[in-house]
Design a protein around this ligand. Sequence first.
Ligand code: SF4
Length: 346
Amino acid sequence: MAPSAAAASPLVIPLFLAHQGCPHRCVFCNQYSITGQAGGAQLAAGVVAETIDTWLARPRRLADRPVQVAFYGGSFTGLAPDTQAELLQAVAPYLVRGEVATIRLSTRPDYVTAATVAFLRDHGVGVVELGVQSLDEAVLAASRRGHGVEAVARAFRELKAGGFAVGGQLMVGLPGDSARSALASARALAALGPDFVRIYPALVIRGSELARSYAAGGYRPLTLARAVALTARLKAVFDRHHIPVVRMGLQAADSLARDLVAGPFHPAFGELVLSRLLFRQARRLLAALPAGAPRVLVASPADQSILRGPGNASLARLAALGLADGLELSFDPAQPRHTLRLATAP
Ligand code: SF4
């Protein structure tokens, strides 16, 4: 089930670390081609305060939304301790004044220790997102992540014991990955109890090791159709555990448009996945109906386009299966998002 809409969703003030704090070379990452060296432009404490001031000064539609400061990119806890403290201390006055509710950051699982957890808690961090990518030892090794499965499990244990909300990112289509190993990774991640999950398809980015392998005929990315189908199966795993999947697919960005070499990128990747899941629900409900029964599918009005699918493709597929004869669609604001039901006879 999808998380309920944005009533309590925070206003996120994003700050970008530009790969600070990461000396690694995962095969899908092109940090070195972007910056020319490990590190790149450093985010300064002054920029943190300036950015927060700018965002807080903007008029807000929902004034009571909690505000979250998010450090994206890089591996925050891999930064020098002084730099971590400086960046977090720049947020501290806003926390004290209640203008910012919490801090969120992302990092690698092997950069989480008991000392890290205590340090982050003391500095007002509430949400930590871990780049998990896979929970298959062979896939982690082939992707040159530099850590194994146990590091992920340990990081989850430490962070959850420290009272943090913990997110996990998974990738599908990494070297050595398969539908079976991706699903096993999803089940293993769900068992670690993340508070939310993001799922991304692996893309071939200029300057990465994957780009070299792709050019040499070694690595073959997933097709868009396979990436959507597999991501839908992973999302269904998390749905069964009531774990929100807050994003599927990368956001379109200028840098991505410039550096994308190959792979299943689509600007509305998440919608394609949701369409597939709704199509499967519709197929199951309609196929179980006795011949001649009324065929009225009820969905949330907000799901109208994903129910129809891109260019009405889902309706066309139902018709091709002989399930759309006399089909009517009905939209009811009381129907939970991303679910369907059959209307009962009047
Ligand atoms: S850990 Fe993250 S930032 Fe570092 S190389 Fe891997 S993907 Fe890139």
